[in-house]
Write a protein that binds this ligand. Structure first.
Ligand code: MV4
Length: 451
């Protein structure tokens, strides 16, 4: 196994990766910006290197500085975490050329999945159902209108380089498409440096259900069941759970087998996630593939007992998976909520000095923390300060434990979304499993609590 690994990330995910490395007796190297000098993950690592100024372009996205730290430290491998450089094929290439193992899939799979048009094509060839739509990039409005009329409105206009809803718009007719096309293409161009667009038929009232996969470099691939992440706000996930309260056992099995089919066709190696849109009739369609560990991976760990970071390290080192599909069983139910430093009513980020940060302990309660009691929450990065995961023998028990934990969560000095999370978890519709993507808009009435 690797003797030393550098973590090219920060916050809770850096701490999460360090924890598994310690368990496996792997030495850890943290990198940090000037804004993260006092961060807990930096203290937890065996070694740490300052890689630049607070702004991500000058630190966590600075490939030269990260590789310099890797060389200095003598690390053999680089774990990218999620976000930042984790899905950057160019970074994976630079790691390889500098002699480091990139803990992720091959560069060509990353590049294919980063281009949503190429990803649809690859999935179609693998026999995975995709949303009816264009096989190729659509370069002008007239062409877009012709396609839209072919498969019928409403359609989704999407950016090939997109993700997170940028450059995406639902369109109901020719006039609207005419108005939307240029603007979204320009937005995509300025955000991603690529204004390529494509069209899909709009799936109405979809759920977001994703399959966790794991594949080694020896042709073995397994799935670790699904996570449902339908409760989102402006494309930010808020609550994730496993299993989905919606899926029938037969669709669950179908989706798992389909995900393995995709991974085999790609000769994939690493942990990964195949995202699907699922309609009310349980038809499922490929949406995107994430070629990295995800924020919500703990819910899968809770119901399978598998440490996904450990598996990433083993597979990257060249080991074969030590289990097969039949060895994997799911057990119980897990729910994760993301705790953000933000105003619970207006949803603006709320950075500042924490004066109190006390998290509840209890059976089935797990925390992944980015901050400690006296931390500063800086304005430079994602405002997620913690994840709270509740496990139960069944969904009701997981909800009960989550509710208790949220009631006893104490944060002072900054505002958080905890009041909103309490409302969602306590909502009858949530209890009933009515976790559609429209949940927040439909049911969340802002709690005017100050917390
Ligand atoms: C869609 C869709 C409906 N039909 N595509 C949102 C983010 C991006 N990754 C894809 N998204 C969507 N794509 C088709 N053809 C609806 C959404 C969508 C959504 C998807 C999952 C979870 C929440 C969502 C909220 C709004 C829109």
């Amino acid at each position: 196994m690797f003797k030393k690994v550098l973590i090219a990330n920060r916050g809770e995910i850096a701490a999460r990766i360090i924890r598994t490395c310690k368990k496996m007796n792997i030495a850890t190297v943290a990198v940090y910006s000037e804004a993260d000098e006092q961060a807990t993950y930096v203290k937890e690592a065996d070694e740490s290197f300052l890689i630049g100024k607070p702004r991500v372009n000058e630190s966590y996205l600075n490939i030269d500085n990260i590789l310099h730290a890797a060389k200095e430290s003598g690390a053999e491998a680089i774990h990218p975490g999620y976000g930042l450089l984790s899905e950057n094929a160019g970074f994976a290439k630079r790691c390889r050329e500098a002699g480091f193992t990139f803990i992720g899939p091959s560069e060509d799979v990353m590049a294919t999945m980063g281009d949503k048009v190429a990803a649809r094509q690859a999935m179609k060839e693998a026999g995975v159902p995709i949303v009816p739509g264009t096989d190729q990039a659509v370069t002008d409005v007239e062409e877009a209108k012709a396609y839209a009329n072919e498969f019928g409105y409403p359609v989704m206009l999407k950016a090939a380089a997109g993700g997170g809803g940028i450059g995406m718009q639902a369109v109901n007719g020719d006039d609207e498409l005419e108005k939307a096309f240029e603007g979204n293409s320009k937005r995509a161009e300025s955000f991603f440096g690529n204004g390529t667009m494509f069209l899909e038929k709009q799936i109405l009232n979809p759920r977001h259900i994703e399959i966790q996969v794991l594949a080694d470099g020896h042709g073995n691939a397994v799935h670790l069941f699904e996570r449902e992440c339908s409760i989102q706000r402006r494309h930010q996930k808020v609550v994730e759970e496993a299993p989905s309260p919606f899926l029938s056992e037969s669709t669950r099995k179908d989706m798992g087998e389909t995900a393995i089919q995709a991974v085999q066709a790609l000769h994939y190696k690493n942990a990964g996630t195949i995202e699907f849109l699922v309609d009310r009739e349980e038809n499922f369609y490929f949406l995107e593939m994430n070629t990295r560990l995800q924020v919500e991976h703990p819910v899968t760990e809770e119901i399978t007992g598998i440490d996904l970071v450990e598996q990433q390290l083993r597979v990257a080192y060249g080991e074969e998976l030590a289990f097969r599909q039949d060895d994997l069983k799911r057990n119980g139910h897990a729910i994760e909520v993301r705790i953000y430093a933000e105003d619970p009513v207006r949803f603006f980020p709320s950075p500042g000095q924490l004066t109190k940060f006390e998290v509840p302990k209890g059976e089935g309660i797990r925390h992944e923390l980015a901050v400690a009691g006296n931390s500063m929450v800086t304005p430079f990065y994602d405002p997620m300060i913690a994840k709270l995961i509740a496990y139960g023998e069944d969904r009701d028990q997981a909800i009960f434990r989550m509710k208790e934990a949220l009631e006893n969560y104490q944060v002072e000095g900054i505002k958080t979304n905890i009041p909103m999370l309490r409302d969602v978890i306590a909502h009858d519709k949530f209890k009933q499993g009515a976790t559609e993507t429209s949940f927040v808009e439909k049911y969340y009435l802002p709690a005017v609590t100050n917390n």
